[in-house]
Design a protein around this ligand. Structure first.
Ligand code: 5GP
Ligand code: ZN
Length: 113
């Protein structure tokens, strides 16, 4: 999608601090970190949100969850992490390209919302 920030990050048109890439997914540090370690994992295919995941495109989601433990270790997370995806207006989703926040590197709050 030509007007999507994360599609531009994947293509390299917008610079990012990449932590992982393969043929299906891209992971990079969040520009406004909410924890000691905070990176985002996105499918290279544009999917608007978790609400648009379906039979035809869900393979990349399984792949993302296979790679999150590998990426988390590679960036030094040792004692657990939180995976979040905001979906739609009530969840304050600001970028309309499916992404998983991975937060860790410190003790996180018990509260999730
Ligand atoms: P959302 O609110 O949609 O769940 O999360 C979007 C996330 O993308 C936010 O945490 C925000 O800081 C991050 N973000 C927005 N624009 C950029 C950018 O240009 N580069 C990077 N690295 N992160 C971004
Ligand atoms: Zn996109």
């Amino acid at each position: 999608m030509s007007d999507c920030i994360f599609c531009k990050i994947i293509s390299g048109d917008i610079p990012s601090a990449k932590v992982y890439e393969d043929d299906k997914i891209f992971a990079f540090k969040d520009i406004n970190p909410q924890a000691a370690v905070h990176f985002l994992v996105v499918p290279k295919t544009h999917i608007g949100s978790a609400d648009e995941v379906d039979e035809a495109n869900s393979d990349c989601v399984a792949h993302i969850f296979k790679k999150i433990p590998v990426i988390a270790k590679s960036v030094g997370i040792k004692n657990g992490y939180r995976v979040i995806t905001n979906c739609g207006p009530d969840a304050c989703q600001s970028v309309k390209h499916l992404h998983f926040h991975v937060l860790g590197g410190e003790q996180l709050s018990e509260k999730m919302a």
